[in-house]
Structure formats: structure tokens, C-alpha cells
Design a protein around this ligand. Structure first.
Ligand SMILES: [Zn+2]
Length: 190
């Protein structure tokens, strides 16, 4: 696998996995820059907090969008990074950054339905608050009804992980281990 690439976009560490360097990846990085700028303009405090709570945004070939508390990174795959408007990407970052904040405050995700539901409700509430500050547009406005899909449950998450593994052609925890190894190499985590 080719080496991962590290750079700073708008003061945020962005690590691109070696295998994620495909045509659209440059476009995702440009969108990331715009999304971070939008966050800084809309809620400067949140922008500063994100950079403090996160080690990096990890641009991956697969795996969707999610926060990984073990390495303190937001995983963003190329396809998700291209979806919707820049506002949609910013809203995703705000959501995941809320999980980074929760982790920084010592609230760890446990296989505990009630706690996880509360943590997701908090992340959705933060993204709704952010959306309320945005000028209207063609982006998707988050709502409390989004919580009905219960994406954080064990069943839904394992389906998603299995799909990502199949896409990435990796067995078991391959994707997560690869991310950890890469971040260690770059000395972003111990
Ligand atoms: Zn969440």
C-alpha cells in the first residue's frame, strides 16, 4: 500500500490513506477546506474546539463517516466527502466533532443503548443548532426525526462495518488496525 499523506487544511491535520488517493480525493480535500471555513465563520468557538479535540481527519477509501475515540480522528471516506453540499459536509463534521467533545469530557461510548441514544441525540442537537445559523440552501437540514433510524445500535453498526470491510476487501478489524498503524507512523497517536 502506498504511504499515507499528511497535510494541514485550515489548521486541521488531514491524513489521506495511501489507497484513498484516487481522482476525487483532491476535490474532497478542497471541500473539507470550505467546510472548515464555514464552521469557523458560523461558530468560531466550535472550529477552535474541533482542532483541539481531534488528532486528525482521516481521509479513507471506505468506511463512511464516524468518530474513532481510540485515535481521536474523524474517518471520512471519499464517497461521503463528495455527497451533497459543502454545508452537508460541515454538518457531518459538527456531528462527529460533538462525539470528539464527549470523549474529551470523559464520556465513553459503551454498549449501553440508553447512553448511546443520548450521545447521538446530543450530536444531532448540535448539528441542528449549527444548521439554524446557516443561510437557507439545498443542503439537508438535520432533524430530531433522524434519530428514528438508530444508526448507533449494535446491529446497524455491525452491518455498516461489514459492508465497509467487504468494500475494502479487509478481514475483521482490518480497517481500524490500518488507521491506527498509519496514525502511529505519523506520530499522531501513541
Ligand atoms: Zn453520531
Amino acid at each position: 500500500m502506498r504511504d499515507a499523506k499528511q497535510m494541514t487544511i485550515g489548521g486541521m491535520n488531514v491524513v489521506t490513506s495511501g489507497d484513498a488517493e484516487i481522482g476525487r480525493t483532491a476535490a474532497v480535500r478542497a471541500r473539507l477546506g470550505l467546510a472548515l471555513e464555514l464552521i469557523d465563520e458560523t461558530t468560531p468557538r466550535l472550529g477552535a474546539r474541533m482542532r483541539h479535540d481531534l488528532n486528525a481527519i482521516y481521509l479513507a477509501r471506505n468506511g463512511g463517516i464516524g468518530y474513532n475515540p481510540y485515535v481521536r480522528v474523524i474517518n471520512l471516506d471519499v464517497r461521503s466527502g463528495m455527497q451533497g453540499e459543502v454545508e452537508d459536509l460541515a454538518l457531518c463534521l459538527v456531528h462527529e466533532a460533538t462525539h470528539a467533545r464527549q470523549a474529551a469530557m470523559g464520556v465513553a461510548k459503551k454498549p449501553n443503548g440508553k447512553l448511546e441514544a443520548r450521545m447521538e441525540a446530543h450530536a444531532v442537537a448540535e448539528s441542528i443548532a449549527f444548521a439554524n445559523r446557516l443561510p437557507p440552501g439545498t443542503w439537508h437540514r438535520p432533524t430530531v426525526a433522524d434519530l428514528d433510524t438508530k444508526w448507533w445500535t449494535w446491529e446497524n453498526r455491525s452491518t455498516r462495518i461489514t459492508e465497509a470491510m467487504r468494500e475494502a476487501n479487509l478481514p475483521g478489524l482490518g480497517v481500524v488496525m490500518w488507521i491506527i498503524r498509519t496514525l502511529r507512523m505519523l506520530r499522531l497517536v501513541r
